[in-house]
Design a protein around this ligand. Structure first.
Ligand SMILES: C[S@@+](CC[C@H](N)C(=O)[O-])C[C@H]1O[C@@H](n2cnc3c(N)ncnc32)[C@H](O)[C@@H]1O
Length: 256
């Protein structure tokens, strides 16, 4: 997820909740009530929408949709990617060792799902309420998926809405951070999906504060996902780093 720099003004946007055309609006109304958002019948062409159907939900802006769906073709493809292998190694996953993961920056839950799929129990925290709601709905949907592995992974996922910095991560967990990426040079042209998510995340970048929070927790390992050339988060050097094509994982341990 690409997030603009703290120097740039964010355009905060509360989505309007609408129902999927032709479906019962009951679940959309319930979501609007739960999230304290306006339920609308009209579609403002420039407005951000949370579209909720009887069994589906997505964010929509200018016709571009973002959904959280763990048994989608894209997620199935991602399950097999090399990125997963590296993410698993970064958190210390082994055939006989499945660490508990505290994902403090839940986002769209893609990394969390990968880790749950690899066998870890994952708690995801997300501070943007509508994203936390989408994550919760996606975990519930995955729990009754027709794909066995997706159901099994969903059983290992728990969503918590709120600011991670207000919570205490249990001692035996590995904290995983994938904070707001610093703006890259060509950010203006970067994916439409990112543009939509930027509109949602109206809070300032708290990456450094998150790292400090993580370091203050009684955990042995913290893994930070960064763009390949971004500066290190925090004020100590990672114990080691795993590098991919466009991102890297900085691994901090108490011996760092
Ligand atoms: C780059 S995205 C994470 C993407 C995620 N790893 C995935 O695979 O979908 C960063 C997310 O962290 C969330 N976030 C940032 N600071 C947070 C905090 N203090 N507590 C909880 N969530 C936070 C943002 O709202 C955003 O959704």
């Amino acid at each position: 997820m690409q997030i603009s720099s703290p120097h740039q003004a964010h355009v905060p946007a509360a989505p309007i909740v609408v129902s999927v055309q032709g479906e019962s609006p009951a679940r959309a109304r319930e979501a609007a009530h739960h999230l304290g958002l306006q339920f609308g019948n009209h579609r403002d062409p420039d407005g951000l929408l949370l579209v909720v159907g009887e069994a589906s939900a997505w964010l929509e802006l200018h016709g571009v949709r973002v959904a959280v769906q763990f048994d989608s073709a894209a997620m199935q493809h991602r399950r097999k990617g090399r990125h997963n292998e590296m993410l698993g190694r970064a958190v210390g996953l082994k055939a006989d060792r499945k660490p508990l993961i505290w994902d403090a920056t839940g986002g769209l839950g893609r990394d969390a799902f990968v880790l749950a799929d690899l066998g870890s129990e994952v708690t995801l925290c997300e501070r943007v309420p509508v994203l936390a709601w989408l994550l919760e709905q996606a975990v519930q949907a995955a729990a009754v998926s027709g794909v066995d592995q997706v159901r099994e992974a969903a059983e290992r996922m728990v969503v918590r809405a709120g600011d991670s910095k207000m919570l205490r991560a249990p001692a035996e967990t590995v904290i995983y951070l994938d904070p707001m990426f610093p703006e890259r040079k060509k950010a203006a042209a970067v994916k439409k999906e990112s543009a939509m998510l930027q509109r949602l995340v109206d809070q300032a970048d708290d990456s450094e504060a998150l790292w400090q929070w993580a370091w203050d927790q009684p955990v042995e390992r913290i893994v930070v996902k960064r763009p390949l050339r971004a500066p290190i988060l925090g004020n100590i050097r990672p114990a080691h780093t795993l590098k991919g094509k466009s991102v890297r994982f900085d691994v901090f341990t108490r011996r760092s």
